[in-house]
Design a protein around this ligand. Structure first.
Ligand SMILES: [Zn+2]
Ligand SMILES: [Zn+2]
Length: 229
């Protein structure tokens, strides 16, 4: 599918290193939009729409409070810049703890990858069994980018159990039960991203899914071996 990709005005303080493009279909009528496929969720489930945008485009939102804990929630593509460039924007990476820097750098991703992730997460969201019905125009758009929507895709990428749209709702109480997850936590792109139960995502931690399953298999083997003695 050909997308418009026309540049949109940027208001961020990272103007010079930022990107903002139109993701409507090439040759569309009317005004350009960055997240055209989120119009329905933004109106009817704003919390879900905001989560998709935030998870796709921002570094993790740990509640960092102290000065050396680093900038809270920053565009992932900004983290592709080197220390010197970031200093010009008031981000002194050298003043941060190395572990914090590593964490921030790990979340870096190009604007295009982030935007693909946002659309992919929306495509997944509409496939949850209790999700709101996907408006026809949005369905056509998302299916032409990611393939036909079958509810099989709406499973936790870690435990493979189905995911319910209602799990998003708990976000308002500060503990979303559904999280954006990565088969490889160090790669933020559409092939590698999906949703997971909060507890599954926490259990996976910094391991790739393959490493995680091997680790679990080893534990089960040792635990069962002990029991049979
Ligand atoms: Zn456009
Ligand atoms: Zn799970």
């Amino acid at each position: 599918m050909n997308l418009c990709k026309k540049n949109l005005p940027i208001r961020s303080k990272y103007k010079e290193i930022a990107e903002k493009k139109c993701y409507r279909v090439h040759g569309h009528e009317g005004s350009c939009e960055e997240f055209p496929y989120l119009s329905d969720l933004s109106k009817n489930h704003p919390r879900v729409a905001n989560k998709i945008k935030r998870d796709a485009t921002k570094t993790t939102g740990a509640a960092w409070k102290s000065e050396d804990a680093g900038p809270n929630r920053i565009d992932r593509w900004v983290m592709l810049q080197d220390d010197e460039a970031l200093l010009k924007f008031g981000l002194n990476m050298r003043a941060l703890k190395p572990t914090v820097v590593a964490k921030l750098r790990e979340k870096a991703a190009t604007y295009n990858d982030c935007m693909d992730v946002a659309a992919k997460l929306t495509w997944l969201t509409y496939q949850m069994p209790d999700a709101p019905e996907c408006p026809h125009e949005i369905k056509i758009y998302l299916e032409s980018r990611f393939g036909s929507m079958t509810s099989e895709a709406a499973t936790c990428i870690v435990c493979k159990e189905p995911l319910s749209f209602s799990l998003f709702e708990n976000a308002q109480r500060g503990k979303a039960e559904i999280e954006t997850a990565h088969a490889n936590p160090r790669e933020h792109n559409q092939e590698n991203v999906g949703f997971a139960h909060r507890e599954c995502n926490i259990a996976q931690g910094n391991k790739t899914l393959d490493e995680f399953y091997d680790w679990i298999a080893g534990i089960l083997e040792r635990a069962r071996g002990q029991h049979s003695v």
